[in-house]
Design a binder for this molecule. Sequence first.
Ligand SMILES: Nc1ncnc2c1ncn2[C@@H]1O[C@H](COP(=O)(O)OP(=O)(O)O)[C@@H](O)[C@H]1O
Ligand SMILES: [Mg+2]
Length: 251
Amino acid sequence: MPPLLEVHDLHAEIAGKQILKGLSLTIQKGEVHAIMGPNGSGKSTFSNVLMGHPSYKITQGTILLEGEDVTALAVHERALKGMFLAFQYPTAIPGVSVANFLRTALKAVLGDEKQAVKTFRKLLREKMEMLKMDSKFATRYVNDGFSGGEKKRLEILQMAVLNPRLAILDETDSGLDIDALRVVCEGINTIAANSDEKGVLLITHYQRMLDYVKPDFIHVLQDGAITKSGGPELALELEKTGYLSAVSATA
Ligand SMILES: Nc1ncnc2c1ncn2[C@@H]1O[C@H](COP(=O)(O)OP(=O)(O)O)[C@@H](O)[C@H]1O
Ligand SMILES: [Mg+2]
């Protein structure tokens, strides 16, 4: 069985600037991986490149999803294959309600005929209850005037509705107070992290999220490449000693 995700020697640039410089990472089904790293190290770039954001140019390396090369695929093609990215900075779409947005996204991924689209209202209600979201939320415009915490909940609601095989979560913990963080993390665990078939890539700056969603592996990203990998204990080490010393201590 090929790994769920296999990234090999990925190099990518934006606006002529090289950001990813030889990043390799393998995620097996059933695993939760966390990427931690200082600001500007390329975490969001990596998540965007994984998902196929057209502004980034891959200059070297490959991305394989269950053995299939998706390096050159468009965003929607990757989404159809079960990849999902929760944005660090979600965009507002005034005029489009949350319910409409999610139904359209689900239809695009499943096709019109599937049961999940027919029973969308019920599905949406269930998932919103799980994430402790007020039902009024569904009629509001996507991210329009949302608080930071509401935006992050909507990202996770989207994930819950689309039910991806590989969930990439870019700083989903930022802007959440501790109660919201707990709810969001429970959602992540229910939807993806406790599954043998799925994989999760958590991108986070802080250790605290990893108290709620337990990673199997932690990687340190610095200057566009992974400089250290380890088990969950690495997060505590990083919190105590910072990124640089964690790396140089074993270098
Ligand atoms: N659209 C862009 N144009 C130019 N440089 C960018 C762009 N997006 C990101 N960068 C640069 O890429 C580097 C990595 O950014 P990013 O991936 O957002 O890091 P992180 O998520 O780890 O904080 C930074 O130096 C940033 O300035
Ligand atoms: Mg970022």
